[in-house]
Design a protein around this ligand. Structure first.
Ligand SMILES: [Fe+2]
Length: 345
């Protein structure tokens, strides 16, 4: 069995492949790692057969839908998953066959109602049900500490002690654990009976994960994150460096139109010398009046370089074939102590 672990922040994902028949399952893929997964498949000579999310993630952006579409591969989740893009809904006791591998699905609710684990050979991909020295939290939507107790004590912890456990999260630099190690050392598993475990879980008082609302929106709807939207726009355009723009903008014959898409107050206070202004929210409505020549070379900027990326992609779609975005934002222009115009000048 080929097994590769990927880490982004504290989130872990896994490529599990059959070396004889070259099929693979990708578990809990994260959107920022898509190129790495595909590069890894090429390196190992693997073809992905299934994209598997162990549960509805509240803290990372699943790549399953995007990769599923790109590779024409089905997305697999538990039948209770709210995501409309799931192709194969599975339940406890079912098996996925990938090459010579038999991947057994365990429904282990508690962290979420749709939480599952995947068992193959001596490995358990435990999602957020069992973590290294911890368990998944039960205070997010559909979490249930009683269900988690049963999933842990009646299911996972009854697996052979030498079972290697690969969780969906670990914030320390540790790859895996075993059922035996967790039974002996995991503080959350030492509480005693069910009531004590539930009291422990209910008393954790954890801070909400970053991007909780956005992650649930994206993972439950199959929509896109803002970062994804910006990354896709960036793939459709070209950029111009601050050095290049400043050299051109400050020349006697600029040859470029600089377009500021920030809010009116920001533009009034300070902007790049000679820049025109259309707030991003009015771009499509006012662009023909302000920029009648679609063949004009336009450099678009905003404060951080993100909204300008979206605006430039939109201008390209509208036919402004020479629109590019400033690589960076006005913030970087200021930090470089370049000249400004406006009230603060
Ligand atoms: Fe989770």
């Amino acid at each position: 069995m080929i097994l590769e672990q990927f880490r982004t922040g504290g989130c872990l994902s896994y490529l599990v492949g059959c070396e004889q028949r070259c099929g693979a399952l990708l578990i809990d893929p994260e959107i920022s790692l898509v190129d790495r997964y595909l590069a890894s498949c090429s390196r190992h000579g693997l073809q992905i057969h299934y994209l598997y999310d162990t549960h509805t993630h509240a803290d990372h952006f699943s790549a399953s839908r995007a990769l599923g579409r790109r590779l024409e591969v089905p997305v697999v989740m538990h039948r209770l998953s709210p995501a409309p893009y799931v192709d194969i809904r599975v339940d406890d006791g079912e098996t996925l066959i990938v090459g010579n591998l038999r991947l057994q699905i365990l429904h282990t609710p508690g962290h979420t109602a749709d939480s599952t684990c995947v068992r193959v050979e001596d490995c358990l991909f435990s999602g957020d049900t069992l973590l290294i020295g911890a368990t998944g939290r039960t205070d997010l939507p559909t979490g249930d500490p009683v269900a988690l107790y049963h999933s842990l004590f009646d299911r996972l912890l009854k697996l052979p002690r030498e079972t290697r456990v690969f969780p969906a999260h670990n914030y320390r630099d540790q790859e895996s654990t075993t059922i035996g190690t967790e039974l002996a050392t995991n503080p959350r598993l030492q509480a005693g009976d069910r009531e004590a475990f539930v009291a422990l879980m209910n008393g954790l008082d954890l801070k909400a994960p970053d991007h909780l609302t956005e992650a649930l929106r994206v993972n439950c709807s199959g929509g896109q994150s803002v970062a994804q939207l910006i990354a896709e726009a960036a793939d459709q355009i070209a950029f111009m460096s601050i050095d290049e723009v400043s050299a051109r903008a400050l020349a006697p014959e600029p040859g470029i139109t600089i377009l500021d898409v920030r809010e009116t107050g920001d533009y009034r206070r300070a902007h790049i010398p000679g820049a025109m202004h259309i707030p991003r929210g009015q771009l499509e409505l006012r662009v023909d009046a302000v920029l009648p020549d679609p063949t004009r070379r336009i450099v678009v900027y905003c404060e951080y370089g993100k909204i300008s990326t979206l605006a430039t992609a939109m201008l390209r779609r509208l036919g402004f074939s020479r629109a590019v975005a400033l690589d960076g934002g006005f913030r970087n222009w200021r930090e470089a102590s370049l000249p400004i115009e406006g009230e603060e000048a």
